[in-house]
Design a protein around this ligand. Structure first.
Ligand code: BGC
Length: 740
């Protein structure tokens, strides 16, 4: 039986649909056949609270698979992998009665200190957007909705519900909106979550420009805009701006405010109706029955292990320390080996179905392992005693594997520095001084400083937060069962002071100025030539790859096809990430030294070659032109570069693009130089200026051509008032007409 259009219901009923029915679900509207749909976190596993809902984690959630968080998946540079994670999370969502997953998070890692960086993919918008879109495709193919969050410019936790991110339009478009744009336009997520913060003074949840003009009008988004939990201050302003659903709920006061605003004519009824229809449409995702995840738990744990192994980044590997040969005497040191840190805190916390430890996993792979804790992270135990015990234990070993890391990384709190705890640093140095070979394995949700101990370690493995199977995955990589293929999705700087946001993070007096503009992450380091410990895109392998036969063909309307051959020249099967950057100085804006514009991951057997083809769309060459208010490909030369990382180019080719010539629209405020350069206005203005000149004056003006350069920046309006200028406002208006 066809259901009545929910928009025909009484206003009060409609308003009630626009805030949650409880902490995790929407209101049902029985009379219109609209069910309640459950929305829950997300992103790397399902946190389904049934026994009681809270935001503080007092109530445990149902068991679910904890996959590698985004910090790790970002380092995989593997869209297919992200899609498989999305699909598995989607399957578990359904099994747990969840219709809408609150993920992925595609905010940019602006500062390594952001406390939620473990939930985000990268400092680069292309990498974030491609992986986010893949996650959405995977999840939504299971019949659940995905929610891309936190829209937008939510790059810190300090004052996250009040701070205003002050950011210029070009930076907004090129850096902070780009990943959202890709996810929305390519993967069509069911929902977009508005952020807590303000953008240029306007709260994200009341930001009409973002929620309606950009998201719906420009990008064609048709789904639901949901608030971050508790983000809505002014419900009527939020609704008018384009925010459909307020979570959590119910919120009778806000419902009443909507009704009153409509009755008083302050809010258009049509706005309410449009939101009601969208929320009602979302409810088609409601899941009727729940089975729990037991049936898929074993398969998903195996998948979690496979995924995690492909996210590990081998940062350093001197003297062929890794992989660990069979039968070596190993001493494993460090609490993180026995009690792994595999996820961060906050709304994304998953009640894992099981947890693998690196220690057990190394033993089960047949290694002879002695274990000592080396330190504690809860303050119990004397650091010196534990360190001395560790030093004694490694004396008889062939290799020491030291597991260090951070505890307590959580939503809501930014980090204060990049350092590992001092006792862990001292431990690494002490162990490395006596062990024949030392491997350091890091478990961190973001980048940490490697200074002070980097040179004493023979091998360094970035193990991020790898989810519940991370322990086995690390053992797989250390032992060589899996070839490491992760690449840094974030630069490892030498010092916090070198990071581009250093002087403007986390802001002051309620504002955080994004003063570094588009120069975020590697864009900054490469543009200013600043040394880093490890660049964006870096990652070693147990095998070797070679790249050759690069060709770049401009294939149409400023798009290009990039072809190259990749060969596995080593002795192990492994995966290689092809990174395509574009470098240019075209256009009237300062471009970063190079920008990642395409990437793919290929698996090759020893000796195998493959021709890899990647498409560079127009956008790969464009910058956001704030005067024309659109993307613009400036005519000129563009160098397509294949990078081992953002800092190491192994092949390049330059192409020339016709670009789109935006003839600047002139006004009386345009500079006289722009008037003179204009194809129509220029000759007319020149003629007008010379209309009353004598032959001698004409010749003098020709000879003094460079005088025009001196006056080129004067606005036309002011230029008219210079003595000797015989052109009037009317003349200019007439010329303007001719240009239209
Ligand atoms: C977080 C969101 C999350 C929501 C629901 C908020 O605190 O910022 O990412 O989805 O809570 O738990």
């Amino acid at each position: 039986m066809p259901q009545p259009d929910p928009a025909t219901l009484p206003l009060e009923r409609k308003a009630s649909l626009l805030s949650g029915g409880d902490f995790w679900s929407t209101q049902p509207l029985d009379e219109a056949g609209v069910a309640a749909v459950v929305l829950t976190d997300g992103p790397h596993g399902i946190r389904r609270q049934k026994a009681g809902a809270d935001h503080l984690g007092f109530h445990a959630s149902e068991p679910a698979t904890c996959f590698a968080p985004a910090v790790a998946v970002g380092s995989s540079w593997d869209a297919e992998l992200a899609e498989r994670v999305g699909a598995a999370v989607g399957r578990e969502a359904r099994a747990l009665g969840v219709g809408v997953v609150l993920g992925p998070g595609v905010n940019i890692k602006r500062s390594p200190l952001c406390g939620r960086n473990f939930e985000y993919y990268s400092e680069d918008p292309l990498l974030s957007g491609v992986l986010g879109a893949a996650f959405v495709r995977g999840a939504q193919a299971q019949g659940v909705g995905a929610t891309v969050k936190h829209f937008a410019v939510n790059n810190q936790e300090t004052e996250r519900m009040r701070v205003s991110a002050e950011v210029d339009e070009r930076t907004l478009r090129e850096i902070y909106l780009a990943a959202f744009e890709r996810v929305v336009t390519e993967a069509r997520p069911a929902a977009v979550m508005s952020a807590y913060n303000k953008i240029n003074g306007v709260p994200a949840s009341e930001n009409r420009r973002l929620l309606t003009d950009v998201l719906r009008t420009e990008w064609g988004f048709e789904g639901v805009v949901v608030s971050d939990w508790g983000a809505v201050g002014d419900r009527v302003a939020a609704l008018a701006a384009g925010l459909d659903l307020q979570m959590p709920g119910p919120d009778e006061a806000h419902d009443a405010a909507i009704v009153e605003a409509v009755r008083e004519g302050r809010l258009d009824q049509a706005v309410v109706d449009a939101s009601v229809r969208r929320v009602a449409a979302l409810a088609r995702l409601a899941v009727a029955s729940e089975t729990g995840v037991d049936a898929v738990a074993a398969d998903h744990h195996a998948l979690a292990r496979e995924v995690a192994a492909d996210c590990v980044v081998l940062l350093k590997n001197d003297k062929y320390t890794l992989p660990l040969a069979d039968g070596l005497r190993l001493t494993v040191v460090g609490e993180f080996a026995a009690r792994p840190q595999f996820q961060g805190g906050g709304s994304s916390l998953v009640n894992a179905t099981r947890v693998d430890t690196p220690l057990d996993a190394l033993r089960s792979l047949g290694h002879l392992v002695t274990y000592v804790p080396g330190f504690t992270t809860d303050g119990t135990g004397d650091a010196e005693t534990l360190r001395e015990e560790a030093v004694r234990a490694v004396c008889g070993a062939e290799v020491a594997v030291v597991f260090v890391g951070l505890r307590g990384e959580t939503e809501g709190v930014d980090r204060e520095n990049l350092d590992l705890p001092a006792d862990q640093v001292e431990l690494v140095r002490a162990v490395a001084a006596v062990a024949p070979r030392t491997v350091v394995v890091l478990s961190t949700g973001g980048v940490v400083s490697l200074e002070g101990w980097h040179d004493s370690a023979d091998a360094i493995v970035a193990g991020w937060l790898l989810g519940q199977a991370g322990g086995s995955a690390l053992a797989d990589v250390l032992s060589g069962a899996v070839n490491p293929s992760g690449r840094l999705a974030e630069t490892v700087p030498l010092r916090l002071e070198d990071t581009p946001s250093f002087l403007n993070f986390p802001g002051e007096a309620g504002q955080v100025r994004h003063g570094e503009g588009v120069m975020v992450g590697y864009r900054h380091y490469e543009s200013v030539g600043r040394a880093v410990r490890y660049p964006f895109g870096h990652g070693l392998s147990y095998t070797t790859f070679e790249t050759d036969a690069l060709s770049v063909d401009v294939t149409g309307d400023d798009t290009a096809t990039v072809r190259l051959r990749v060969t596995n020249t080593g002795e192990r099967t492994g995966k290689h990430v092809v990174q395509v950057y574009v470098a240019t100085t075209a256009g009237r804006v300062r471009r970063p030294a190079r920008e990642l514009r395409a990437f793919t991951k290929v698996e090759l057997r020893p000796g195998e070659s493959r021709i890899v083809e990647l498409l560079l769309e127009r956008r790969a060459f464009a910058h956001y032109d704030i005067e024309a208010d659109r993307w613009h490909v400036a005519p000129g030369a563009y160098t397509v570069q294949i990078g081992e990382s953002a800092a190491e180019v192994v092949a390049e080719q330059t192409v020339t693009l016709i670009g789109d010539n935006i003839a600047a629209a002139l006004s009386l405020d345009s500079a006289i130089g722009d008037w003179l350069a204009h194809p129509v206005a220029g000759p007319m203005l020149r003629a007008a200026l010379m209309a009353e000149a004598t032959e001698q004056e004409r010749q003098q003006a020709e000879a003094n051509g460079d005088m025009m350069e001196m006056v080129a920046s004067i606005p036309a309006r002011q230029f008219l008032h210079f003595p000797g200028v015989s052109v009037s406002t009317d003349d200019l208006t007439e010329i303007l007409e001719a240009t239209r």
